[in-house]
Design a binder for this molecule. Structure first.
Ligand SMILES: C[S@@+](CC[C@H](N)C(=O)[O-])C[C@H]1O[C@@H](n2cnc3c(N)ncnc32)[C@H](O)[C@@H]1O
Length: 254
């Protein structure tokens, strides 16, 4: 495994500041659990989405050749996709995009921002809705990711996991990795962006995801290589974090 030194860190670029979670965002469900869905839908309706970037992710762009590996028209999965512009950039390169997110507003904004015509259809059994570009190259499922499976779109040749594994609470990670593992085709290139910081200062989201966490979740099935490290500190200064890094891991089935 490759550990990148400080000299490989990139400048943070233009970030919006990450605000603290408000009291109304800290909703609980009837069983006292933190209401993750309500939390995220509230963030979209109140336009509290500092994680959204207008440009292609710097590490995806830098490692695109490794991610795509010369393959044409591959199927790429974006878990917890939001309105990520990377989906449009990769569709424009001829790939087939599938995303999943609970927030319908994210999809309406995605197609409007990208100036794409789209259709909406209800999924059977009330699982959610499918938003699809008219040319069928981008299919976005508005549903709980934990109900998604290979029954929807089969397996994927590549997965870009940015703002997904790091967004969910640590206790849900094993369930999440079980969903993802079922979606990995034998040739899948799975890239994970993991936020790393001192969790005694801030508890997320984004949650602290260490290399050991990734090993514990995927090490039985995948080789894991650290390929990049971005300094995200300016975005999180207001939360009392002096240092936070976004570390990029490249996983392949062993
Ligand atoms: C930090 S944002 C990242 C969005 C996107 N990946 C990006 O990089 O801009 C996390 C996203 O996960 C979605 N989300 C949270 N829990 C989810 C779940 N259980 N199923 C599907 N989407 C979920 C939220 O609505 C939100 O858009």
């Amino acid at each position: 495994m490759n550990n990148l030194g400080a000299d490989t860190l990139k400048s943070p670029g233009k970030f919006n500041k990450e605000p603290n979670m408000t009291e109304s965002e800290k909703k609980t469900t009837s069983d006292g659990e933190f209401d993750e869905h309500g939390y995220w839908i509230n963030r979209w309706t109140t336009k509290n989405i500092p994680f959204h970037q207008e440009e292609m992710h710097v590490s995806l762009e830098k490692h695109l050749d490794k991610f795509i590996d010369g393959r044409n028209g591959i199927k790429i999965f974006f878990p917890f996709c939001g309105k990520c512009v990377d989906m449009k950039k990769l569709a424009d390169k001829g790939h087939n995009i599938v995303g999943v997110d609970v927030a319908e507003q994210a999809f309406q904004e995605f197609f409007t921002d990208q100036n794409l015509e789209y259709t909406v259809e209800e999924l059977k059994d009330n699982t959610g809705k499918l938003f699809a570009s008219k040319d069928g190259k981008i299919k976005l499922y508005c549903m709980n990711m934990f109900k998604f499976s290979k029954d929807f779109e089969g397996q994927f040749n590549a997965i870009w996991d940015r703002g997904a594994l790091e967004a969910i609470s640590p206790k849900t990670r094993i369930r999440y990795s079980q969903v993802i593992k079922e979606l990995l085709s034998p040739d899948c290139h799975y890239m994970i962006a993991a936020m790393q910081y001192d969790p005694s200062i801030f508890q997320g989201p984004p949650h602290n995801v260490t290399e050991e966490d990734i090993q514990n979740l995927y090490g039985d099935m995948c080789s894991i290589e650290e390929i990049d490290k971005n300094d995200n500190s300016p975005r999180f200064k207001e939360r009392g974090l002096e240092e936070i890094f976004e570390v990029i891991y490249f996983l392949k089935i062993k």
